[in-house]
Design a protein around this ligand. Structure first.
Ligand code: F6P
Length: 341
């Protein structure tokens, strides 16, 4: 049995744990060979691969990024779907493919699977919003990184009597904003899941000042609807997703205008995607990798690994057609409850 593995789309901490998990399980339990496909779908279309055995994946668990490389290129945008990847599968004698990716990657994996390519999907993203799974690895690390950054921003906000607006990733859902914001005690958290009212945020800033707290920290998910008249134009990436960033600057300008407090902006950007994964993400990635190897060697394709409660299960790959998984109302309610002067 020969299994290929690729990582595609935006990277996240924990990808190497998946690769290591697949290889360890496939080699040692199933006597199967694993082939690493380089740079996501690009490598599959262009036939760029490297052998992966147990030795090749030693010492990678702690490393951020992906030892296989990744790209935002896509077989349906930059190729001809299954026709553009079959040659590599045949040349490498691959019986199946483990595809580790986010929503765009997994939707392409589903289309390939419908064209007959044997695929097991593994969900990843710092955004934590893939339908069909209760969690994705990468999120815990990103939320921790963002919370630590907000802690630091809070001390300087206090020294200078400033409003600090911190922009975090989260294209369609505000998981990082909500978790990092709650964890770091942010004063207001704006997420794509619900409308926001900048007048209310300005009132909060003023009420805090009236109580002697002449600084405030506002966390903004990059994917919120920009304030009216913001004029932000986002170019599209290969999957047709908007390349976001910059909404915090508009929010800061509006808050400064309304409150008179100096407002500054920090965009955390790719810091959230980099660095060493937390123990939680290493464990989840490892569990997903082992489960993916088990599915692939038994020829169980067209499935996606998922977390349900505390169990790792597999579900129809079809689930990725669903709507992104929003932050539950109960958690948003906690964020609101803690947003007091
Ligand atoms: O999907 C994960 C993500 O980190 C989003 O939160 C963000 O909008 C996007 O990737 C950025 O991707 P890129 O690095 O390709 O600009």
């Amino acid at each position: 049995m020969r299994i290929g593995i690729l990582t595609a789309g935006g990277d996240c901490p924990g990808l190497n744990a998946v690769i290591r998990g697949v290889v360890a399980r496939a080699n040692e339990r199933h006597d199967a060979v694993v082939v690493g496909v380089l740079d996501g779908w690009d490598g599959l279309m262009e036939g760029r691969v490297r052998p992966l055995d147990r030795e090749a994946v030693r010492g990678i668990l702690q490393r951020g990024g992906t030892i296989l490389g990744t790209s935002r290129r896509d077989p349906y945008v930059h190729g001809k779907g299954a026709a553009s990847v079959r040659a590599t599968l045949e040349r490498e004698h691959l019986d199946g493919l483990v595809v580790v990716g986010g929503d765009g990657t997994l939707r392409s994996a589903l289309r390939l699977s419908e064209e007959g390519i044997p695929i097991v999907g593994v969900p990843k993203t710092i955004d934590n919003d893939i339908p069909g799974t209760d969690a994705t690895f990468g999120f815990d690390t990103a939320a921790q990184t963002a919370a630590e950054a907000i802690d630091r921003i809070t001390t300087t906000a206090e020294s200078h009597d400033r409003v600090m607006v911190v922009e975090v990733m989260g294209r369609t859902c505000g998981w990082i904003a909500t978790y990092a914001g709650i964890a770091a005690g942010a004063d207001a958290i704006l997420v794509p899941e619900e409308p926001y009212d900048l007048d209310a945020v300005a009132d909060l800033v003023r009420a805090r000042a009236a109580r002697g707290r002449r600084y405030s920290v506002v966390v903004v998910a990059e994917g919120i609807v920009p304030p009216p008249g913001a004029g932000l134009a986002a170019p599209l990436d290969a999957f047709g997703f908007e390349r976001l960033g910059g909404v915090a600057a508009v929010v800061a300008t509006e808050l400064e205008r309304r409150t008179g407090f100096e407002a500054r902006v920090t965009v955390l950007g790719h810091i959230q995607r980099g660095g060493t994964p937390t123990a939680t993400d290493r464990v989840l990635g490892s569990r997903f990798g082992v489960a993916a190897a088990d599915l692939a060697v038994t020829g169980t394709f067209g499935r996606m690994i998922a977390l349900r409660g505390v169990d790792v299960v597999d579900v129809e790959l079809e689930v990725v057609r669903g709507v992104p998984r929003s932050v539950p109302a109960a958690i948003l309610d906690v964020a609101r409850a803690l947003s007091t002067p």
